[in-house]
Design a protein around this ligand. Structure first.
Ligand code: MIC
Ligand code: SF4
Length: 644
């Protein structure tokens, strides 16, 4: 029987398990990436493993999330990451070199290889035929140490792209349409494998926009074939030798299939406050806009920003709109500067930001109170922009650019001329200069790792005890994001290496009193609906609850990366056997798990006693024996120590 692309890559990297959806498998990891806001933890954990040099084919540490350096904190983190990278054999991408996913796609992606990154948008490199997966920092640290990556064998969903996009419809609109069809939990447990004649109409950067935002589907990852267009991209990046062809066999089998007719796609928009709250720009209508932000790992490629520059050329940004643009990488930035496009943007009134995540993670450009912000980004979760009352809409860069000119949400078909952008194609040669990527020294033993005062030790759990008890501290709805659990903004991002400081803000967007209540109670349980922990890979969303004494989360379902982060921290991720039992727990109820150790060992069902209501609740803990042992040991680090 023929194989699909996912089976081909997993098959050639399989270390244990069988490629049967739902079963635990382990795969070898060729490359890793980290960024500064998750990287410090990942390298602290790597150091704790006592391995002298990373064992991957290539590992890269990027500085892209917090480049403002408003105080010493980030500068401390950057110095630590630079020195630790050099010591242990990791390439260091300096601040200003660009957003990790954009730079990795340009300079390091390899079709057919595996990449594990401590950032949920790692699947961006799936646009170049790589199996690129986002994970918590600890999983990435294990991969750097040469360990396999354990995951549940995903189902493979074939997304057949039919036809060709019409003028002004873009790659962003394709993934917004898929999000409209499937929702933010539609991809859980799946890899989205793109196929069909429409694939040939999309360049690698456009494919990368689609695989990037597959993260918003909750998918394990997304991938495109590696074909002649991929070869052209690699050639233009001066690394054709890294290219191989990788396509599905003609008789490949898939677990699921959906079809998207590209010729029917229109300019789309994700309305506040979720990336799947999608409608057409026409249907949403011309709402007044205060801010436009163009950039992020989803839409900051050379092609994207050339189109934006052409739309802006010779025109003026609407007086009521603040327009900011952040090119995705130094390569993009320099090319736009050299060909004059940057001048056209600035001349129209755009403010050019550094090549970094910037406003996408709330680092600057927080909108005004109640403002409407139109962004070419991938997430519009409440408060993520830095302003709780802001209304954030997600669109393509083209829609964002015309909106900046008109001052209201606009469909380019109504207000712009397609001839202005029609001739923009992938360059035959990108400008290649890797002078902001510093290779590690050959002999790391001499390098001194610099640890500033902002770098605090991370919490480690204790083994599971036989009686786990506590209060239901907070009850939450469906689709709680990691931006709720551990918010990130200009005030908090500098403290990613300082869990005690972060603990005062845990779940505060839902209930500002939660941190104080959790501290007073000495910990307890969290109750949640479906898809708990969607969004970011930040393990801080598990480490901070661990620090606050959270013993378990009882939810209707979990997002993939957050569930692994909970297990790695030794926090019980329990799901209701009967969803109606969610209604039977109130905040303040006293919960207890008697004989917790033997219950975890015995099977996949556990009883949680609601002492206050005098009722037993059946919950699931359906984990592989290895994951159960991690829970029993009180987390991955304890487990690794005990088994090494
Ligand atoms: C995000 O987009 O939410 C982030 C910030 O890139 C996170 C990583 C982090 O929280 O540091 C992600 O997507 O994993
Ligand atoms: Fe950075 Fe935003 Fe991409 Fe996250 S989603 S990596 S914050 S640009």
């Amino acid at each position: 029987m023929g194989k699909n692309i996912v089976q081909k890559i997993i098959g050639s990297h399989l270390i244990s398990g069988e490629m049967v959806p739902g079963q635990e498998i382990a795969i070898s990891i060729d490359q890793t990436l980290t960024q500064d806001s998750t990287g410090t933890m990942a390298y602290l954990q790597f150091e704790a493993m006592g391995i002298p040099r990373v064992k991957t084919k290539k590992s890269v540490a990027y500085i892209d999330h917090n480049t403002l350096q408003a105080g010493y904190e980030n500068a401390d983190d950057h110095k630590y990451i630079q020195t630790v990278a050099s010591k242990y054999g990791v390439y260091f991408s300096r601040p200003g070199n660009g957003i990790c996913h954009q730079v990795h796609l340009e300079r390091f992606s390899r079709p057919g290889w595996t990449l594990l990154g401590s950032d949920s948008h790692t699947p961006t490199c799936g646009g170049a035929g790589m199996l690129a997966i986002g994970a918590g920092g600890l999983d990435v640290a294990v991969a750097m140490a040469g360990g396999p990556y354990y995951l549940t064998m995903p189902k493979v969903c074939r997304v057949v792209l039919k036809g060709k996009l019409k003028p002004w419809a873009s790659a962003k609109d394709i993934i917004l349409e898929v999000l409209r069809l499937l929702s933010v939990k539609g991809g859980v447990g799946k890899v989205m494998e793109y196929a069909g004649e429409g694939v040939k109409t999309l360049t690698v950067p456009e494919r990368a926009t689609i695989t990037n935002m597959g993260a918003e589907l909750g998918a394990t990852t997304s991938i495109f074939p590696s074909d002649e267009l991929t070869r052209e991209y690699f050639k233009a990046q001066g690394r054709e030798e890294d290219w191989i062809e990788l396509i599905a066999d003609s008789d490949a089998q898939y677990d699921e299939e959906i079809e998207v007719d590209l010729s029917q796609i229109e300019p789309m928009v994700a309305k506040p406050h979720s990336p799947d709250n999608v409608d057409t720009v026409q249907n949403v209508g011309s709402i007044k806009v205060d801010q436009v932000a163009i950039g992020s790992c989803t839409n900051s490629s050379y092609l994207d920003l050339m189109k934006v520059a052409r739309i802006l050329k010779g025109r003026t940004v609407h007086p009521d709109v603040s327009l900011v643009i952040a090119p995705g990488s130094k390569q993009v930035y320099t090319m736009l500067a050299q060909n004059g496009a940057m001048g056209d943007m600035v001349d129209a009134g755009a403010r050019i930001l550094e090549s970094a995540c910037g406003p996408c993670i709330g680092m600057g450009q927080a909108p005004a109170s109640n403002a409407v912000s139109v962004r070419s980004f991938n997430r519009n979760f409440p408060g993520r922009s830095g302003t709780a009352s802001a209304q954030v809409y997600l669109t393509s860069p083209e829609v964002a650019a015309v909106t900046a000119l008109t001052g209201y949400l606009a469909d380019p078909r109504d207000v712009a001329k397609y001839e202005d952008i029609e001739d923009i194609v992938l360059p035959k040669e990108f400008l290649v200069n890797d002078n902001s990527i510093i290779p590690p020294v050959e002999d790391g033993s001499e390098v001194e790792v610099v640890r500033g005062p902002n770098i605090k030790p991370f919490p480690i759990n204790t083994p599971l005890s036989d009686k786990e008890e506590g209060v239901a501290l907070l009850k939450m709805e469906d689709n709680i994001t990691t931006d709720h659990i551990m918010p990130s903004n200009a005030k908090l991002l500098p403290y990613r290496s300082n869990i005690p400081h972060l603990s005062d803000y845990c779940l505060a967007p839902i209930d500002p009193d939660f941190p104080a209540r959790a501290k007073e109670a000495g910990g307890g349980f969290l109750i949640a609906g479906h898809n708990y922990g969607q969004g970011s890979s930040r393990e801080h969303a598990a480490l901070v609850p661990l620090y606050l004494g959270i013993k378990g989360v009882i939810a209707k379902s979990f997002a993939r990366i957050h569930m692994s982060n909970l297990i790695n921290s030794g926090i019980l991720p329990l799901t209701f056997v009967n969803e109606e039992d969610y209604d039977g727990i109130d905040e303040g109820d006293q919960l207890v798990i008697e004989d917790a150790i033997s219950q975890v060992k015995a099977g996949d069902k556990l009883i949680v006693r609601n002492v206050t209501k005098g009722k037993d609740i059946k919950v699931m803990l359906s984990l592989s024996p290895r994951l159960k042992n991690i829970i029993l040991a009180g987390g991955m680090l304890n487990y690794t120590k005990a088994n090494s």
